[in-house]
Design a binder for this molecule. Structure first.
Ligand code: AHR
Length: 505
């Protein structure tokens, strides 16, 4: 069967800029994300640049990855940065108590992370330790990274081989302070965040966007307490400087029964639709946090950051429970498509998002096995959508679309968003039905346009994935897109994600 949907896009009515940092990434000392992921070491037979795996760098560069968050996650609140500098063989070994309770050798530290960011062409998002670290420790880390003169920390950095200060635009003030970051109350954390932020200075030309550790999902009270504390801060309002500039939240997708309770593959149609409904519900969550922030900060001085999002399934059989290694299917790709549509719509307040996590952990871009590397279906969504980075919102009004019932509610089976930059436009579509095609007719108004490229991503079924034997089972293919008299028509196969790129007249 074939269903239909229609939409209207005014190509000449633009909205807010979609911050490219919405396409950000996250790499934690967790499982095989850093060690046996990004980091193979200089002596590895796997091609590497100064110990960093080359094929991963090349794959990620093709995504134009804008920023990378590190070193956690929960790990961040146990990490003491001085353990990870100086000659590698002299660095202490530490236990990773959050993830698998494994011992690591600290060979990947500050210099290696900044080298990775340079290789990727990505901005650094360093997440500091509030849970078990001191204010002085955090202040000195910022100084070490970003100060140019001969201050004590700048000297120490030079002794370790780096002359110039680095640029670090993003700084995390702890992580999940309500949980692994210290089990704090919102009120207590609000004070801590203000105090730590006060001593993370802007050195030289470096300007930090300090990000307070935010809510779990729709815990709007957490955001409310932080916003109130920020706006009531006497000294901050006196001097016109807010101690931190952004508040985060985390949103993990599953099929409704909790993280880490369902397999990545296989799954039933029912679980598939429940997953789609859970992913689409990020819109309610973002809208809620934005409404709270609007009420305290109508001038948009503080931005919202979703610095952990993505699916969280059971680990693959036979792998370490603490390593969070999971398969990645067409279902995961559609979860990503739905999130980006929402993120684009809330671009006024949402300044950044980071998928968890880039390599071998949770909803990864790439999975590695020895020297082999596989691009996941999710990777392709990031690649197909990269034209939205720093583009201007266009509103897609979707009408008369198919729906299905999930847990007593209607789930729209078409999701769409669009943007424009220079003389181009990009339209993204997700079609969620498992058993029908959908012909979508889009009335393009305001400017003439021609199709420069249309691509679709899907598989034989929603549980299709890539592996070393069939790395391109789920990969973008050409899609027929007809544009006549301003009416763009595409037919989306079941469980598919598509992008249409336009040249504007
Ligand atoms: O991404 C895995 C973990 O999920 C992070 O360490 C933590 O912040 C969250 O609970």
């Amino acid at each position: 069967t074939t269903t239909t949907a229609r939409a209207i896009i005014d190509l000449d009515v633009t909205g807010h800029r979609i911050n490219r940092h919405i396409y950000g990434h996250f790499a934690e000392h967790l499982g095989r994300c850093i060690y046996d992921g990004f980091w193979v070491g200089e002596d590895s037979a796997i091609p590497n640049v100064r110990g960093i795996r080359l094929d991963i760098v090349e794959a990620l560069r093709a995504l134009d990855i804008p920023n990378l968050r590190w070193p956690g996650g929960c790990f961040a609140d146990t990490y003491h940065w001085r353990d990870g500098i100086g000659p590698r063989e002299q660095r202490p070994r530490i236990a990773n108590t959050n993830w698998g309770d494994v011992v690591e050798n600290n060979h990947f530290g500050t210099h290696e992370f900044m080298d990775l960011c340079d290789l990727l062409g990505a901005d650094a998002y360093v997440n500091g330790n509030i849970g078990s670290g001191t204010v002085q420790e955090m202040a000195e880390w910022v100084e070490y990274l970003t100060r140019g003169d001969d201050s004590p920390m700048a000297r120490l950095r030079r002794e370790n081989g780096r002359d110039e200060p680095w640029k670090v635009p993003f700084w995390g003030l702890g992580n999940e302070a309500w949980g692994c970051g210290g089990n704090m109350s919102a009120a207590h954390y609000a004070e801590e965040a203000r105090r730590y932020a006060t001593f993370t200075h802007n050195h030289g030309e470096n300007r930090l966007t300090r990000i307070a550790a935010g809510a779990n999902e729709d815990d709007l009270d957490w955001t409310r307490v932080l916003m109130k504390s920020l706006m009531d801060c006497h000294g901050c309002t006196l001097y016109g400087n807010l101690p931190y500039q952004a508040i985060s939240f985390h949103y993990y997708t599953h099929s409704g029964s909790g993280i880490n309770t369902e397999d990545a593959v296989p799954f039933s149609d029912e679980k598939y639709y429940e997953t789609m409904a859970y992913a689409a519900d990020v819109e309610r969550v973002v809208r809620g946090h934005v409404a709270v922030m609007d009420s305290y900060d109508p001038d948009n001085r503080v931005s919202l950051v979703c610095d952990e999002w993505g699916t969280w399934w059971n680990v693959e059989e036979g792998t370490n429970l603490g390593f969070l290694f999971q398969q990645n299917t067409v279902r995961d790709a559609l979860v990503a498509g739905l999130h980006f549509d929402v993120f684009h719509r809330y671009a006024r307040r949402l300044s950044m998002a980071n998928i968890a996590q880039t390599v071998n952990v949770l909803q990864a871009m790439v999975l590695t096995d020895g020297d082999r590397l596989v691009l996941t279906p999710t990777y392709h969504v990031f690649e197909m959508n990269k034209g939205h980075q720093d583009a201007l919102q266009l509103t897609a009004h979707v009408r008369d679309l198919p729906t299905t019932r999930v847990r007593g509610e209607d789930l729209p089976l078409i999701s769409m968003s669009a943007s424009t930059r220079e003389e181009t436009a990009l339209i993204s579509l997700s079609h969620l039905a498992v058993d029908a095609d959908c012909t979508v007719s889009i009335d393009l108004r305001g400017r003439g346009a021609t199709v420069s490229r249309a691509r679709v991503l899907t598989g034989d079924d929603a549980s299709a994935f890539n592996d070393a034997a069939t790395p391109d089972r789920v990969a973008p293919r050409a899609l027929d897109a007809v544009l006549r008299d301003g009416m763009l028509t595409v037919t989306m196969p079941p469980h598919s994600f598509a992008t249409v790129e336009l040249e504007l007249e």
